[in-house]
Design a binder for this molecule. Structure first.
Ligand code: ADP
Ligand code: MG
Ligand code: ZN
Length: 602
C-alpha cells in the first residue's frame, strides 16, 4: 500500500474544506448579501435618530439603508425582525420610505444558495478520483495507465541517442518487422516476443525506448512498472489484462514497460514480512498474458531494467523476455557522440575540445555526460560569458565526479593531514607503473563529505586488467593511509573509505579472479556477485578452513600493497613534503603541477 498516496488524498480533503470555507466567506456571502447584520435595537436607535434612508420589509428580515453622512457613504444593513406590532407605526411616525417584498426566493437564488458553496468540494473530489484511476468512476481503477503515444508526440529519434550502436541495430530490426511483417514471415523468421534492455542507470535505456517510439510508425504503449502497483488489491493484475487487451486490438504495436523490476522481482526475494502478494499477482498475470499470444501476433513487448539479475527467472525464460539487449557504458567514440548531441545547441568556445573531453571521461554514463554539459553551461552563465569554455568543462567534470565544493575552511592541522594523505595517493600513483595518471589533487571539502580527493583519469577504456595493475590500484588506494603512517605515525578515520574499496578489490581478486596461489583458480564468490561472509549471504557451502584462507589471503594482499606504498613514499619523502606543503597552500593542484614539482626535484 502506498502511504504517500493516502496522505495525498487526506491533504486534498483538507484543502477542499478550506477552499469551501474561504469561498463561502470571502466570495459567496459578500456577493449575494452585501449588507452587514445588526441587532434590532441598533435599528431602532438609527430610526429614532433619523439616520435611515429607506426600509424594505422582506419576510423575516428588515433590510435598510442608512443615509449618507459626511464621513460615510450610503450603507446597507439588515436585521432579523422581532415580532414588533408597533413596527409599521414607528416607520410611519419617522417618515421613512418603506416597502415590503415577498419573501419567496427565486429558483435561481435557491440553486445558487445550495450548489455554489459545494461546487469547490465537488471539483476537488473529481480531481482526486481522476488521479487515482483515470476518471471519476471507481470502475476504471483496473484500466491500465499505459499511454498510447504516437511517435511524433515524443519527438525523440535515434539520432538523439549516442554510443549505443549494438542496441540501436537490434531495435531497428524490431521496428522494421512491425512495419513490414510479411518480409520476415516469408523467410520463416520469428521475432522474439519480449526484448529486455538491461544496463546500469543512466546509460539511456528510457531514452532508447522513447526513440524507438519516435521512429516506429506503429502504436506504442509506454508505462512504468510501478504504475501497476496500486493501493487496491487486484488492480495490478487487472491493469496487465487491460493493457494486453488494448494492445492486441492495435497490433502491430509495441508495449514498453520501463523499470520492470518494480513488478518483475524474483518472487521469493520479495517475501519479506508477509510477502507482497499483490506484486506476485501482477507478475503472474504478466507471465500468463505473455504466454497467451502467439509469437507473430504483432505485439512486441519491450522492458528496461537496471538490475536484470534480480528479475524472476520465469520472466527471462524462452517465450517471454528471451532477448536481452545490453546497454553498456559508452566507449570513447560513444562518449564523443553523446557529448556532441548534448552540446549541439550550446555556444561552445573555440578552445573546447570534445575529443579530449571524451578521452578523459572514461566510465561516465550518458546521463553523467548530459549532466556534465549542463553543468558547464551553468558555470558559463554564472560567469556571464557568452560562450562555454574548456575551463568550464574541466570544472564541471570535478563537480560531477566529486560533488559540489563546500566552502567551510578546515583547521590548519587537519589541512596538513589531509594534504599528506592525498599526496600519498597521488605520489603512489605517480611512481607505480600501470596506474591511471593523476588528474587533480584537492583538499577542498566536497559536498559528499570527503575532506579531499585525488582524481585519476584513465587514458583509455579498459576491458582487461592484469593482476599487477590491480595490485597497483590497491597500493594507490592505501597510499593515503601509508603517508599518514609515515608522517604522523598513526592512521586516521579519514582512510576508512579507502580501506573499504581496497578490501573489496582484494576480495574480488581472490574470490572471483582466482589471483591467489594458495586458493587457486577457483571461484568462491556466489553467482550474483555477493561475496561470502560466512553464511551471511551468498554461498554457505564453503568450509570454515576455506573462509579462513580467503581472509588470510585478503589480509596478505592488503599488507603487501600498503608496504609497496610505504616503500615508494619513504624513498621519495622529500617530494612528499614538498608537494604536501604546496597543496596545503594552493588547496588544489593539477596533475601537470605534480609532474613539474617531481621532475624539478629529481
Ligand atoms: P536509464 O533509463 O538507462 O537509467 P535514461 O535514458 O533515463 O537512462 O538517461 C537519462 C538521460 O541521460 C537522458 O534523458 C539523456 O539526456 C542522457 N543520456 C543517457 N544515455 C544517453 C545516450 N546514450 N545518448 C544521449 N543521451 C543520453
Ligand atoms: Mg530509465
Ligand atoms: Zn584517501
Amino acid at each position: 500500500m502506498d502511504n504517500k498516496q493516502r496522505s495525498f488524498s487526506a491533504g486534498y480533503l483538507i484543502i477542499a474544506m478550506l477552499a469551501t470555507w474561504l469561498f463561502n466567506d470571502l466570495v459567496y456571502k459578500p456577493f449575494i448579501i452585501r449588507e452587514t447584520e445588526v441587532s434590532y435595537n441598533v435599528f431602532l436607535q438609527d430610526l429614532k435618530e433619523n439616520k435611515i434612508n429607506e426600509v424594505i420589509l422582506s419576510g423575516d428580515r428588515i433590510v435598510f439603508t442608512l443615509k449618507a453622512t459626511e464621513n460615510q457613504k450610503e450603507t446597507a444593513a439588515n436585521v432579523v425582525a422581532v415580532t414588533d406590532p408597533d413596527l409599521v407605526d414607528r416607520l410611519i411616525a419617522s417618515g421613512v420610505a418603506f416597502s415590503a417584498q415577498a419573501p419567496t426566493k427565486s429558483l435561481l437564488s435557491t440553486l445558487l444558495g445550495w450548489i455554489l458553496p459545494l461546487l469547490p468540494l465537488f471539483l476537488i473530489w473529481y480531481f482526486i478520483f481522476k488521479r487515482m484511476g483515470g476518471g471519476p468512476s471507481a470502475m476504471s481503477l483496473g484500466k491500465s495507465k499505459a499511454h498510447e503515444i504516437s511517435g511524433e508526440m515524443i519527438g525523440i529519434k535515434f539520432s538523439d541517442v549516442g554510443g549505443v550502436g549494438e542496441a540501436e541495430v537490434e531495435l531497428r530490426e524490431i521496428i522494421e518487422y512491425l512495419k513490414n511483417p510479411g518480409k520476415f514471415s516469408k523467410m520463416g523468421a520469428k521475432l522474439p516476443k519480449g526484448v529486455l534492455l538491461a544496463g546500469s542507470p543512466g546509460t539511456g535505456k528510457t531514452l532508447l525506448a522513447k526513440a524507438t517510439a519516435g521512429e516506429a510508425e506503429v502504436p506504442f504503449f509506454f508505462l512504468t512498472g510501478s504504475s501497476f502497483v496500486e493501493m487496491f488489491v487486484g488492480v495490478g493484475a487487472a491493469r496487465v489484462r487491460d493493457l494486453f487487451e488494448q494492445a492486441q486490438k492495435k497490433a502491430p504495436c509495441i508495449i514498453f514497460i520501463d523499470e520492470i523490476d518494480a513488478i518483475g522481482q524474483a518472487r521469493t526475494s520479495v517475501a519479506g514480512i508477509g510477502g507482497n502478494s499483490e506484486q506476485e499477482n501482477t507478475l503472474n498475470q504478466l507471465l500468463a498474458e505473455m504466454d497467451g499470444f502467439a509469437a507473430n501476433s504483432g505485439v512486441v513487448i519491450m522492458a528496461a531494467t537496471n538490475r536484470p539479475e534480480i528479475l524472476d527467472a520465469a520472466l527471462i525464460r524462452p517465450g517471454r523476455f528471451d532477448r536481452q539487449i545490453q546497454v553498456n557504458l559508452p566507449t570513447e567514440p560513444g562518449r564523443l557522440e553523446i557529448l556532441a548531441i548534448h552540446t549541439r545547441s550550446m555556444p561552445l568556445g573555440s578552445d573546447v575540445n570534445l575529443e579530449r573531453l571524451a578521452k578523459i571521461t572514461a566510465g561516465f554514463s550518458g546521463a553523467e555526460l548530459a549532466n556534465l554539459a549542463n553543468e558547464a553551461a551553468l558555470l558559463a552563465i554564472r560567469q556571464g560569458t557568452k560562450t562555454i569554455s574548456m575551463a568550464d568543462f574541466d570544472l564541471a567534470i570535478e563537480r560531477v565526479v566529486a560533488g559540489l565544493q563546500r566552502k567551510t575552511p578546515l583547521s590548519d592541522a587537519i589541512r596538513s593531514k589531509v594534504s599528506y594523505h592525498e599526496v600519498g595517493h597521488a605520489l603512489t600513483a605517480y611512481y607505480l607503473p600501470g596506474t591511471d595518471p593523476v588528474h587533480k589533487i584537492s583538499i577542498i571539502p566536497t559536498a559528499k563529505g570527503a575532506l579531499g580527493y585525488t582524481m585519476q583519469m584513465p587514458e583509455e577504456d579498459r576491458y582487461l586488467i592484469g593482476e599487477n595493475e590491480l595490485k597497483a590500484r590497491i597500493a594507490v588506494m592505501l597510499g593515503g593511509r601509508a603517508a599518514e603512517l609515515i608522517i604522523f605515525q598513526e592512521a586516521s578515520t579519514g582512510a576508512s573509505n579507502d580501506l573499504e574499496r581496497a578490501t573489496e578489490m582484494a576480495r574480488r581478486m581472490i574470490t572471483e579472479f582466482g589471483m591467489s596461489l594458495k586458493l587457486g583458480p577457483v571461484r568462491y564468490a556466489n553467482t550474483t556477485g555477493t561475496y561470502l561472509r560466512s553464511g551471511v549471504s551468498g554461498r554457505d557451502d564453503l568450509s570454515p578452513a576455506t573462509i579462513l584462507h580467503i581472509d588470510q589471503e585478503i589480509h596478505r594482499l592488503l599488507d603487501e600493497a600498503q608496504n609497496t606504498a610505504k616503500g615508494i613514499l619513504t624513498e621519495h619523502i622529500a617530494v612528499l613534503h614538498e608537494v604536501a606543503q604546496f597543496l596545503k597552500e594552493k588547496e588544489a593542484i593539477s596533475g601537470d603541477d605534480l609532474a613539474r614539482i617531481v621532475t624539478s626535484m629529481s
